[in-house]
Design a protein. Structure first.
Length: 260
C-alpha cells in the first residue's frame, strides 16, 4: 500500500508540473455542462423538472466513467516510454504501479467534480436533498470512477499505442453513456432500447445519484424492474462486480506484460 501511495504521489506531482493536463481535464466536462444546458436543453422535454437538475447527475456520471480513458492512455504511454519496465526492476510490490495509477486518477476526479459542481450551481443546478445525501452521491461517483479506472488499467496494459487505447475506450464508453438516461429520459426510446438502457451501469448510476440529490426518476417500460426500483443498490452491485473482475485481471496482466 505504501508503494502504491508513492506512485500516486508521483502522478500528482506530474499534474503540478504539467498543469495543462489538469486544465484540460476540467475544461471538457465544463463544456459538456454548458452545451447541454444551453444548446440541447431547450429541445429535451422534462415535464415538471428543470432540465439542468436532471442533466448534472448525468454529466457527473459520464465524467467519472471516462476515468477509464485517462488511466488507459496514461498507462499505455508509460509502457511505450519504458517507464513500467523501470518500475518492475525496483523492489516494490507488483501491484503498486497499477494501484498508484488508479488512486491518482481518483484524486484527480475529486478536483474535476468540484469544478463541475461549481459550474452546475452557476447554471442553475440546485440539489434538494440533505447534505448527507449529497455527500453520499459524490462518494458513489468517486467510487464508480475508481472502479472504472481498473478497466482502464487492463486496456492500457493490453494495447501497444496510446491512440489505440483511446479508440478502445471510446468504443464502449460512448455507447454506455448515450444509451442511458444520462441526458434524456429513456421514455422516448423504442421499448427494446429501454430494456437495454435499464441494465446499463451508467443508467443505474445516474438514477441512483439523482435520487440522492432529491430528484424523482422517470422510467417507461422498465418502471417496475429491479434496477429502476433500486438504482443505488444496483449501482453498488455493479461497482463491486467491476472491481472483483478487473482488479485481479489487471494485476495479473501487469505481472505478465512484455516490454514494448
Amino acid at each position: 500500500m505504501i508503494d502504491g501511495l508513492i506512485i500516486m504521489k508521483r502522478q500528482l506531482l506530474q499534474l503540478i508540473r504539467l498543469p495543462e493536463v489538469l486544465i484540460f481535464s476540467t475544461i471538457q466536462p465544463v463544456m459538456f455542462v454548458l452545451l447541454f444546458r444551453y444548446v440541447f436543453g431547450g429541445a429535451i422535454n422534462t415535464p415538471g423538472t428543470d432540465y439542468v437538475q436532471l442533466l448534472m447527475p448525468g454529466i457527473f456520471v459520464q465524467t467519472v466513467a471516462f476515468t477509464v480513458a485517462a488511466t488507459a492512455i496514461g498507462l499505455s504511454e508509460d509502457m511505450s516510454k519504458g517507464l513500467i519496465d523501470r518500475f518492475r526492476s525496483l523492489p516494490i510490490s507488483r501491484s503498486a504501479v497499477v494501484l498508484g495509477r488508479t488512486l491518482g486518477d481518483a484524486t484527480l476526479n475529486i478536483v474535476v467534480l468540484i469544478v463541475m459542481g461549481l459550474t452546475g450551481v452557476l447554471v442553475g443546478w440546485r440539489p434538494s436533498s440533505g447534505a448527507l445525501s449529497i455527500a453520499a452521491g459524490f462518494g458513489m461517483l468517486l467510487l464508480f470512477g475508481y472502479a472504472m479506472s481498473w478497466m482502464g488499467v487492463l486496456v492500457g496494459l493490453s494495447v501497444r499505442d496510446t491512440r489505440v487505447a483511446n479508440s478502445v475506450v471510446f468504443l464502449f464508453v460512448f455507447p454506455m453513456t448515450f444509451l442511458s438516461n444520462a441526458f434524456a429520459p429513456t421514455t422516448g426510446m423504442p421499448k427494446p432500447l429501454q430494456y437495454v438502457a435499464e441494465w446499463n451501469p451508467v443508467s443505474t448510476m445516474v438514477a441512483g445519484i439523482r435520487s440522492l440529490f432529491g430528484l424523482t426518476n422517470q422510467f417507461g417500460a422498465t418502471a417496475n424492474s429491479f434496477p429502476s426500483q433500486h438504482p443505488i443498490t444496483m449501482s453498488l452491485i455493479y461497482i463491486i462486480l467491476i472491481m472483483v473482475i478487473f482488479i485481479p485481471l489487471s494485476v495479473q496482466k501487469y505481472k505478465k506484460v512484455s516490454p514494448r
